[in-house]
Design a protein around this ligand. Sequence first.
Ligand SMILES: *[C@@H]1O[C@H](CO)[C@@H](O)[C@H](O)[C@H]1NC(C)=O
Ligand SMILES: *[C@@H]1O[C@H](CO)[C@@H](O)[C@H](O)[C@H]1NC(C)=O
Ligand SMILES: *[C@@H]1O[C@H](CO)[C@@H](O)[C@H](O)[C@H]1NC(C)=O
Ligand SMILES: *[C@@H]1O[C@H](CO)[C@@H](O)[C@H](O)[C@H]1NC(C)=O
Ligand SMILES: *[C@@H]1O[C@H](CO)[C@@H](O)[C@H](O)[C@H]1NC(C)=O
Ligand SMILES: *[C@@H]1O[C@H](CO)[C@@H](O)[C@H](O)[C@H]1NC(C)=O
Ligand SMILES: *[C@@H]1O[C@H](CO)[C@@H](O)[C@H](O)[C@H]1NC(C)=O
Length: 200
Amino acid sequence: MSESGGCCRCCVSFIFSLGLTCLFVWLSLRPSKPSCSVNKFYVPALNKTSNDSQNTTIYFEIKLANGNKDKGIYYDDLHISLSYFENQSMLLGNATIPKFYQGHKKKAEKNSNVSWKPPSKADSNEAVFRVDLETAVRYKIMAWQTKRHTIRVSGNVTVNGQGTKSSKKGVKLKSRAPEHVGYRTPRLGLAVLSALFLLW
Ligand SMILES: *[C@@H]1O[C@H](CO)[C@@H](O)[C@H](O)[C@H]1NC(C)=O
Ligand SMILES: *[C@@H]1O[C@H](CO)[C@@H](O)[C@H](O)[C@H]1NC(C)=O
Ligand SMILES: *[C@@H]1O[C@H](CO)[C@@H](O)[C@H](O)[C@H]1NC(C)=O
Ligand SMILES: *[C@@H]1O[C@H](CO)[C@@H](O)[C@H](O)[C@H]1NC(C)=O
Ligand SMILES: *[C@@H]1O[C@H](CO)[C@@H](O)[C@H](O)[C@H]1NC(C)=O
Ligand SMILES: *[C@@H]1O[C@H](CO)[C@@H](O)[C@H](O)[C@H]1NC(C)=O
Ligand SMILES: *[C@@H]1O[C@H](CO)[C@@H](O)[C@H](O)[C@H]1NC(C)=O
């Protein structure tokens, strides 16, 4: 009787520590998304001190940072499109940054440009552009690769009369839609915890 009781207790604590180990392994393997921001933005056509009002290029720099301590990131091609903030269905131009790999705790700054047709006369002192970025990433966890996770982020860039980004700081691009990963994460954690309590 006491022998089987001891065995049962042993078994329960084994399951408990196994569950706890699983939880911690899962928590430490869970990757976080890279952060994306617009570092530089220059629209020569909106530079009032130049005579370049029909210049058809917009130059920008995207900064991508992998904050994961021990996971690399494989980026698919990054698709960037620009529109006016007021009318997002009016595509001004798009660009592609080729796919690349980024090691853990690394930052990358990627220059790109789009061609657009500037308005025949820009009279306001300020214009707000909307930057949409879309890509998919796979995380490299030791020798193993996760499946693709889609990333869709956007932000508003305000451009002054000099044709450059008004704010000195980078414009962080944020997720438009509710994050699926963000929702699943606490739920899965709760499920594991409640399973542990049931077993206990
Ligand atoms: C702009 O054009 C005007 C007339 O074409 C010229 O007088 C002026 O020097 C130009 N300014 C610049 C910055 O090129
Ligand atoms: C705007 O144009 C002027 C004249 O071409 C130039 O000197 C200036 O550097 C330009 N501004 C920016 C932010 O590049
Ligand atoms: C547009 O502006 C950029 C930056 O000032 C300049 O290097 C480029 O030559 C201009 N393009 C045209 C077509 O004038
Ligand atoms: C926005 O842009 C679309 C496509 O160019 C156009 O059909 C629509 O009329 C524009 N809407 C406004 C409010 O300007
Ligand atoms: C830009 O958008 C057009 C459609 O508006 C599409 O045909 C083209 O392939 C896109 N280019 C890039 C580089 O994504
Ligand atoms: C604009 O981007 C294309 C690639 O999308 C690149 O080949 C070209 O050199 C860039 N132009 C400038 C002026 O940076
Ligand atoms: C852009 O700016 C508007 C108004 O300030 C805000 O409602 C919207 O959420 C912004 N969009 C992004 C992607 O930051």
